[in-house]
Design a protein around this ligand. Structure first.
Ligand code: HAM
Length: 420
């Protein structure tokens, strides 16, 4: 029986897993530098958290959740996104009762039962942040700036930022009246009309070209913004201008999750084809209450690590970072293995990567292993070396050797590696 990974999951093995790590850590680094702290959250939650929080009109909830009953008869869902779980934790642990905004980040797997294709997986990796408790256009701009900085730190240049404002409750209520009137004049099937009832904005984003073209003449939310929302959005834009972050205002942007209000944004990569959204987010003013918390605003983003890596590969900016051991020990015999284990142990706390040639390979076979590991230095531990207590430290690139003892090895090696 030959097993394969489940259909549509992304997984990373060497050597590409190094590029994945680099992508993830680079994006996380931009986040940490703005004072966001890690929340390590469960991968499954109560199903109701997502139905309430993400919204029933979304594809994510209505079609794409991995939901099952656990052994206690509870309905459980593998997290399709990170925001509502993060807010659940913020509420449960009272982080919203400390200094505001509460600023958290998370990174890991998310699950959506979508039709797999390049850049769209059923299990994918995302890193996200949430800032809860303060409504300030400067915070919106900083959240966008952090994502932008992360993508730029990867070396990406061929992407653009779309932003819009979904306004406050009064803006949306006014728009909804006119939008529903407009939708009422269209020749649409029952299911689409039902979707429109739940969230009429969804129709702007309908998968069918004919529905999207019917919506071309629909009233746009941006024209209905209240004075407050208009001023707020103008302030966000002016902060972005000051930061020299280029953006395009896209009034027809519809995010795939229902909780958004106010500033919303998406980063779109120009070389990725259909699945080009490398990150997106926005603010959500009613979500905390919706899932049982205080009435507090929030804003955040989710960045797709898989897609950011694909983008970096498409732009050819992934650094060459092949795996290389610093030291490769080749013990000849049982006593030598014991010494090799001791050396490896003593190096474990240092930055030096040390490997041992395990198994009873010939010297020639073991040297092949050293080559495969791209070892920088090699020590052969034979009987005479054990007896004399001195070893030849061989620099593989130049062939140069130097004599070391167990006591001088670590220092010599560290010195040699620091000049590389
Ligand atoms: P999202 O746009 O649904 O937002 O997902 C965030 C990012 O995850 C997307 O921009 C995309 O790069 C990546 N992504 C989504 N689905 C897939 C998939 N099937 N395969 C590969 N990558 C995917 C959210 O999830 C929100 N929680 C973001 C947020 C945080 N908004 C406010 N706070």
């Amino acid at each position: 029986m030959k097993f394969q990974a489940p259909k549509g999951v992304s997984e990373y093995v060497p050597p590409r897993s190094r590029a994945f790590e680099w992508t993830r850590d680079t994006l996380v680094s931009a986040i940490k530098h703005s004072g966001y702290q890690l929340v390590e959250l469960p991968i499954f939650e109560d199903t109701e958290l997502f139905t309430r929080g993400v919204g029933a009109s979304t594809d994510v909830v209505s079609k794409e959740m991995y939901t099952f009953e656990d052994r206690g008869g509870r309905s459980i869902t593998l997290r399709p996104e990170g925001t509502v779980g993060a807010l659940r934790a913020v509420i449960e642990h009272g982080l919203d009762r400390g200094v505001l905004p509460a600023k958290v980040f998370y990174v890991g797997q998310f699950f959506r039962a979508e039709r797999p294709q390049a850049g769209r997986y059923r299990q994918f990796y995302s890193v996200g942040i949430e800032a809860v408790g303060i409504d300030d256009p400067a915070l919106d701009a900083e959240v966008i700036a952090i994502a932008y900085a992360g993508f730029r730190a990867l070396g990406l240049t061929k992407f653009h930022l779309d932003i819009t404002s979904l306004g406050d409750a009064s803006s949306r209520a006014a728009h909804r009246v006119d939008l529903m009137k407009y939708i009422g004049t269209l020749d649409l099937d029952e299911a689409t009309l039902a979707r429109a009832q739940l969230n009429p904005l969804r129709l702007f984003d309908d998968k069918r070209e004919e529905v999207r073209s019917l919506m071309a003449g629909a009233p746009i939310l941006m024209d209905y913004l209240s004075e407050y929302s208009r001023d707020h959005f103008a302030a966000v834009r002016s902060h972005l201008d000051d930061l020299n972050i280029p953006y395009v205002i896209n009034p027809r942007m519809v995010r795939g999750l229902d909780y958004y209000t106010g500033t919303t944004f998406e980063f779109v990569h120009d070389l990725l084809g259909a699945q080009s959204g490398i990150g997106g987010g926005g603010s959500y003013s009613g979500l905390m209450e919706e899932i049982g918390g205080q009435s507090l605003p929030g804003i955040g983003f989710g960045l797709g690590i898989d897609r950011a890596l694909l983008a970096a590969e498409a732009e050819n900016v992934v650094p060459v970072d092949e795996f290389a051991s610093d030291l490769y020990l080749i013990p000849l015999g049982v006593a030598a293995k014991s010494v090799a284990l001791g050396i490896s142990e003593s190096l474990r706390g240092s930055e030096v990567t040390c490997e041992i040639a395990f198994g009873d390979r010939s010297l020639k076979g073991a040297m092949k292993g050293a080559d495969k590991s791209r070892a920088r230095f090699v020590i052969v531990l034979g009987d005479s070396e054990l007896e004399s207590g001195t070893f030849e430290l061989k620099h593989m690139a130049s062939g140069a050797t130097s004599s070391v003892t167990l006591t001088t090895l670590v220092q010599t090696l560290q010195q040699a590696l620091s000049v590389k």
